[in-house]
Design a protein around this ligand. Structure first.
Ligand SMILES: [Zn+2]
Length: 519
């Protein structure tokens, strides 16, 4: 199917310029393969002139033979006062041997005068010479017109002249860039419309998110005729990031009813977003539109009641269309419907007729009142419901424990001893750790692993401590939330106590019990 909009991904170049992101060549290849399978049209692999790692990416990408996506190398227009064929950076670009070369050039006279320090005519020649030279070498050329909107607002005629110079030299796409991310959607629409009206080449849009308008500005341009959109997965990029393709892609399909990526890829959107975060070693943003964990999470009792009747009463699309799913949260704001839906989601058979329903609801509210919080602790919630509903014995019982710490002023070590009972057997272990919680976790698991070998695979992925304010003048309470994983699933558990170690131990022991009892 011919796309209405071309999707140009620059995660590996503009995205890699984000603080805290550092892709190896192997990382870049894995992401590129994922993007190719997903169906984006262009993958910008890097800037071969800037570092050897980017050049190595192009060497390896050639061996992979990308079929659907076109690989692009990124660079600048030729240097001032140098013939294009003598420009080293342009040679390096050709050496990348990509089908597409993306060239960035200046639109804004401020930059021409103050940053490049060349005459306006020389800037036009730099744009034209570079593009013509690359076209003569058989390349598809995308021209990224830096600061298009700021430049046009200052000097519309000059901005237009730079775009026309690129078009005349044969550029396939003239991509207008809001490089500083400071323009409003209406300005972007007005200026893009002017460009589309005067140019015959395809017009593209590249935006940044400095005002939080990265996606909105790209959509504004696409609504008035831009047919090519650049951005990054999860919006990575310099400062506050680039236009987020994870929002652009479903917007094209579900809001504009046009074609971007192949429709069969849309249910894999959440997976793509998580995959790239994992490679970048960034925790997936729970509030990310469309694909975040909370994107279809409902908390208010009235909302939950309504979506049970008609999902679209509080959902803008069906979450499964982008690979996400609906979640119902349980808290002291919950009504009976929340508990029913949540319990069913956790695998319990519960209906309005179940006699224990009232007790369960009352116990959740009572526990929340004591400082427990179940929204992020579904493991503890499942245990609570299970105990009240099935009246079953826990798989193990903690008999006693002891924690101590010794140090010499420079370093310290903690030691924990635990005694647990499983059926009629008693296990007793000692373990050391960096801190008391680490020592307890190690000792508890060492004691239980003899009985339940699959505990070996469990690790803690997050540990959060929150001091709850005290209104009674007694010691403040501590709430501990932990997240555990067995490599496949993640679950959260909670503990509350005036003693942080006691609270941690509750959460740790809930985490293990949940793993041992879940369906
Ligand atoms: Zn950019």
């Amino acid at each position: 199917m011919k796309p209405d909009f071309e999707i140009y991904d620059t995660t590996l170049r503009d995205g890699a310029q984000a603080e805290g992101i550092n892709f190896s060549v192997a990382d870049k290849i894995r992401i590129a393969e994922k993007l190719e399978a997903f169906g984006v049209h262009y993958i910008e692999g890097g800037w071969p002139g800037s570092n050897p790692r980017d050049m190595e990416f192009f060497v390896q990408a050639r061996k992979k033979k990308f079929k659907r996506a076109k690989i692009a190398a990124f660079g600048f227009t030729r240097r001032k006062g140098v013939a294009v064929e003598d420009d080293e950076q342009i040679r390096t670009l050709l050496n990348a041997e990509t089908p597409v070369i993306t060239i960035v050039g200046k639109t804004w006279l401020l930059h021409v005068h103050e940053v490049l320090r060349v005459k306006p005519e020389e800037n036009l020649a730099m744009i034209g010479d570079t593009i013509r030279f690359l076209k003569d070498h058989g390349k598809i050329v995308v021209y990224d017109a830096e600061h298009s909107f700021d430049g046009y607002k200052d000097e519309p005629d000059y901005a237009m002249a730079t775009w026309q110079a690129a078009e005349k030299a044969g550029a396939d796409v003239i991509c207008l860039c809001d490089t500083n991310g400071g323009c409003l959607p209406a300005e972007v629409a007005r200026i893009t419309k002017a460009a589309v009206g005067r140019l015959n080449a395809r017009v593209g849009i590249h935006t940044h998110n400095d005002c939080g308008f990265g996606v909105a500005n790209a959509i504004a341009a696409m609504e008035v005729g831009a047919k090519h959109v650049q951005g990054t997965i999860n919006g990575y990029g310099e400062r506050t990031g680039n236009c987020n393709l994870i929002s652009i892609i479903p917007t094209i399909a579900f809001k504009m009813n046009k074609v971007g990526v192949p429709p069969a890829s849309l249910p894999k959107l959440k997976e793509l977003s998580q995959f790239v975060d994992e490679i970048a070693n960034i925790r997936h943003d729970p509030r990310q539109p469309w694909v975040g964990q909370t994107a279809f999470a409902h908390k208010g009792g009235i909302h939950v009641h309504a979506i049970e009747r008609v999902a679209r009463s509080y959902e803008h699309i069906d979450p499964t269309a982008v690979g996400n799913h609906r979640r119902v949260l349980v808290s002291d704001m919950s009504g009976r419907t929340n508990i029913l839906v949540k319990a069913q989601e956790l695998g319990f058979k519960l209906t309005t007729e179940t006699p224990e329903l009232k007790t369960i609801l009352a116990r959740i509210k009572e526990q929340e009142n004591l400082g427990y919080e179940f929204e992020a602790a579904e493991g503890s919630l499942a245990l609570l419901i299970g105990k009240l509903l099935q009246h079953r014995e826990p798989p193990f019982a903690l008999d006693t424990y002891h924690v101590s710490m010794r140090g010499d002023g420079k370093s310290s070590v903690c030691e924990a001893t635990v005694k647990v009972r499983v059926g009629d057997e008693l296990a007793h272990t000692v373990a050391e750790g960096d801190g008391p919680v680490n020592a307890l976790d190690t000792a508890l698991r060492a004691a239980l692993v003899k009985f339940f070998p699959h505990l070996k695979k469990v690790t803690l992925t997050d540990y959060k401590v929150r001091i709850l304010e005290s209104s009674t003048g007694t010691a403040a309470k501590t709430r501990v939330l932990i997240t555990s994983t067995d490599g496949k699933n993640e679950w959260g558990t909670v503990g509350v106590s005036e003693n942080i170690i006691e609270a941690s131990l509750q959460a740790l022991s809930d985490s293990i019990e949940y793993l041992l009892t879940r369906k």
